[in-house]
Design a protein around this ligand. Structure first.
Ligand code: FAD
Length: 341
């Protein structure tokens, strides 16, 4: 493998309901930094149905080139079809680095591409850098229960690939009108070649605000005792127009879906306010929320580790404190005539 043949940094651009996913815009920011250090180009790979116009967005967020696979066959994400397009593009144009959001789609696609290329893949990265002279990607992530940061290298294969968590890197401010080069690509792929069919899309019927969009997250832990006790977390979140988060133990108990798990094996969140109720504060949880603007913890154990990681701590029983908070917030909000804090 001649590394000289591999040039440039790519970002797989995830598109949901016709809109570029925020994590892809964040990765263009990281990709721009890596490409500048290497003196190379930054490209976005757009795969979908009617996605060509999104090139404009990715140029404004830092890309120089857009490789576009625009075809009805890519209407829905399917591992096989997207993998084939990305493999085709990668084999033709040979990037040095490919970044994907560590979303369900990004993780699925990156691992499939890594297997087929074949190359290495660093999963769930939280920091990225590159050695300017060698082009070696320095992909760092928490390891050994979050106690250390490990920097993982892919020395023998190209491209180097990483999935990167949402919200760990800031997107660049868009430069309106910034232009780039569009490269239209296609592969010969028929519906009959793809083993999976999308029969129906069932949207999660949810009363919840999404964690990645919320200014306030109210998260609950095993201290709430049961799924019924956990309803208090929903109530406070709803009062504040916030999202609901959870510890892993709560997810494992089946009180809420995994999408709400905060931490090392869940999502990383950075809301303005994070309220942790009945969460002990294990390091695996803390790594997922420690960059929140203001952290408030409620725990009946004054020695709970969470108190070492919060700005304000309330020692007491959640079942006494949380109903009082809900009541007080409701009163203040109706007095001030606001629908959320
Ligand atoms: C490889 C690995 C990955 C992991 N990934 C994650 C992850 O992504 N996210 C995550 O959260 N965890 C993760 N964990 C698990 C983590 O180590 C902890 O076990 C978990 O976070 C504990 O959940 P908890 O705080 O809800 O429960 P507990 O540790 O049982 O804590 C419950 C807390 O509630 C308090 N409490 C009890 N009753 C009340 C009450 N009435 N009022 C107020 N407080 C009360 C208790 O004092 C206690 O502090 C991971 C572990 C491993 C090994």
């Amino acid at each position: 493998m001649d590394f000289q043949d591999y040039q440039g940094v790519w970002v797989f651009i995830e598109v949901n309901e016709g809109v570029v996913a925020p994590v892809s815009l964040e990765l263009l920011g990281a990709g721009r930094m890596l490409a500048d250090k290497r003196g190379g180009e930054l490209a976005g790979v757009l795969i979908g149905d009617n996605v060509g116009h999104l090139s404009k967005t990715i140029f404004e967020y830092g890309a120089d080139v857009a490789y576009v696979y625009d075809d009805p066959i890519f209407k829905h994400y399917r591992t096989e079809s997207f993998m084939k397009a990305l493999l085709d593009c990668s084999q033709k144009h040979k990037p040095e680095i490919i970044l994907y959001g560590a979303t369900s789609t990004g993780k699925d696609l990156a691992s499939a591409v890594a297997t087929d290329l074949p190359t290495g893949l660093t999963a769930d990265t939280t920091e990225l850098d590159v050695e300017e002279d060698t082009g070696l990607l320095l992909a760092s992530r928490p390891a050994f229960g979050g106690n250390i940061m490990a920097t993982i290298l892919c020395k023998k294969y190209r491209p180097q690939m990483a999935t990167v968590r949402a919200k760990v890197i800031k997107a660049l401010s868009p430069e309106v009108g910034r232009a780039g080069r569009v490269v239209e690509e296609s592969i010969s792929l028929k519906e009959a070649d793809i083993r999976t069919k999308v029969l129906e899309i069932v949207k999660e019927t949810t009363r919840k605000v999404r964690m990645d969009e919320a200014d306030i997250i109210v998260a609950g832990g095993k201290g709430l005792g049961s799924a019924e006790g956990f309803q208090l977390v929903h109530e406070l979140a709803e009062t504040l127009n916030g999202a609901v988060g959870a510890s892993r133990d709560v997810v494992e108990a089946g009180w809420i879906e995994h999408a709400h798990q905060v931490g090392q094996t869940g999502v990383t969140v950075t809301p303005k306010i994070y309220i942790a109720i009945g969460i002990s504060g294990a390091i695996q949880h803390i790594v997922g929320m420690k960059n929140s603007g203001l952290i408030i913890a409620i725990n009946k154990d004054p020695e709970a580790p969470i108190f070492a990681s919060c700005h304000y701590g309330i020692v007491g029983d959640a079942f006494e404190i949380v109903p009082m908070l809900i009541e007080q917030f409701k009163q203040v909000m109706s007095r001030e005539g606001v629908s959320h804090v």
